[in-house]
Design a protein around this ligand. Structure first.
Ligand SMILES: NCc1[nH]cc(CCC(=O)O)c1CC(=O)O
Length: 307
C-alpha cells in the first residue's frame, strides 16, 4: 500500500457486517500505526440482504451474500471484502482469494428463549424459529416434538421477534451477539458436543484480488494462522460434500499446537437421522483431513440426503 492510496473495505450493510468491517479497520489501523480515517468502509447491498420473505435455500442459496462484493472487488471499487466465513461459498471467482481470517470468535450457538432455559425444557410442541436448516435439524434431533418455522432478518430483528413471542425460541451464533454487544441476550450457550456449529461459524474471512500483492502483505499482520488451518479443513469438508443448500451440514475444526481435530455431521432436515465423522491429524494436513472427513460422510450417509 502506498501512503497516498486509501484502502477501501467492502462490506454488507447489516449491523453485524458493519461491526466486522469496523473491527477489521481498527486492527489494520493499529497494526500499521495509521489513522482509521486512512481506511474507508464501503457498504454494499447484496441479493441476500434484499430477500427477507423466503428461506435462502429456496432463493437460490450460495453466494447470495457475496456476489455483489465479489464484483466490486474485481472492478476495483474496493480493495478487500470482509465476510462472515459461514456465508462464504466454497468456490470463489478465479480473480479472488481468501487472504486470511481474523482470530476466531466463540464458535458456539446459543438458545434465545423467553419460555425455557434449555432446549430440553422447551414446552411440548414448542415453535422454534430459524432460517438455518442445520439449526432446525439439530433442534429436532434433540426434540422431535418441536415445530420449526422460518425466522429471518438480521440478529436484532430475530431477537425482537422472540421478545414479541412470535416463536418460543431461536438459535443464534454467540460470535454475532458478541460483536453486536448483545451476548447478554443469550439464554443458554450450547456446547459443540451437543450442537455442532456451521462450517466457518465465528470466523471473519477477508477476500482480496488474488494478484494484489500489496494488499495481501498489508493484511498479513492481522491474520490468524490457526484459524486459517481450521477453516481450510472445514471448507475442504464442505467442498467434498458439495451438499445442496438444502442439506443440513455442520463441521468444526480445532487447532491445538500442531494438531487438528475435526468433527462433521450431516442430518436429515427433520432431524430423524444424523451421520457423524471425526478426524484427527497434523494441522499442516488441514485440507486433506477435511477432505477425508467429507469422503467418510459421502460413503456413510444415504445419497438422497445430499441430493
Ligand atoms: N447467516 C447470518 C450470520 N452469519 C454469521 C453470523 C454470526 C457470526 C459468525 O458466525 O461469525 C450470522 C448470524 C447468526 O448465525 O446468528
Amino acid at each position: 500500500m502506498n501512503a497516498m492510496k486509501k484502502l477501501r473495505i467492502g462490506t454488507r450493510g447489516s449491523p453485524l457486517a458493519l461491526a466486522q468491517a469496523h473491527q477489521t479497520r481498527a486492527l489494520l489501523a493499529r497494526a500499521h500505526a495509521v489513522s482509521e480515517d486512512a481506511i474507508e468502509i464501503v457498504p454494499i447491498r447484496t441479493t441476500g440482504d434484499m430477500i427477507q420473505d423466503r428461506a435462502l435455500a429456496q432463493a437460490g442459496g450460495k453466494g447470495l451474500f457475496t456476489k455483489e462484493l465479489d464484483a466490486a472487488l474485481i472492478d476495483g471499487r474496493i480493495d478487500i471484502a470482509v465476510h462472515s466465513s459461514k456465508d462464504l461459498p466454497t468456490v470463489l471467482p478465479p480473480e479472488l482469494d481468501i487472504a486470511g481470517y481474523l482470530p476466531r470468535e466463540d464458535v458456539r450457538d446459543v438458545l434465545i428463549s423467553n419460555v425455557a432455559a434449555r432446549i430440553a425444557d422447551l414446552p411440548q410442541g414448542a415453535r422454534v424459529g430459524t432460517a438455518s436448516l442445520r439449526r432446525g435439524a439439530m433442534v429436532r434431533r434433540l426434540r422431535p416434538d418441536v415445530e420449526i418455522g422460518l425466522l429471518r432478518g438480521n440478529v436484532e430483528t430475530r431477537l425482537r421477534k422472540i421478545a414479541e413471542g412470535e416463536f418460543d425460541a431461536t438459535l443464534l451464533a454467540l460470535a454475532g451477539l458478541k460483536r453486536l454487544g448483545l451476548a447478554h441476550r443469550a439464554t443458554a450457550i450450547l456446547e459443540t458436543d451437543d450442537f455442532l456449529p456451521a462450517v466457518g461459524q465465528g470466523a471473519i474471512a477477508i477476500t482480496a484480488r488474488r494478484d494484489d500483492g500489496d494488499v495481501h502483505r498489508w493484511l498479513a499482520p492481522i491474520l490468524d494462522r490457526p484459524t486459517g488451518l481450521a477453516l481450510t479443513a472445514e471448507r475442504a469438508f464442505l467442498r467434498v460434500l458439495d451438499g445442496s443448500c438444502r442439506t443440513p451440514i455442520a463441521g468444526l475444526a480445532r487447532v491445538e499446537g500442531a494438531r487438528l481435530r475435526f468433527a462433521g455431521l450431516i442430518l436429515r432436515v427433520d432431524g430423524s437421522e444424523a451421520y457423524e465423522v471425526a478426524e484427527e491429524g497434523a494441522a499442516e494436513q488441514a485440507e486433506t483431513l477435511g477432505e477425508m472427513a467429507g469422503r467418510v460422510l459421502l460413503a456413510r450417509a444415504p445419497a438422497d440426503i445430499l441430493a
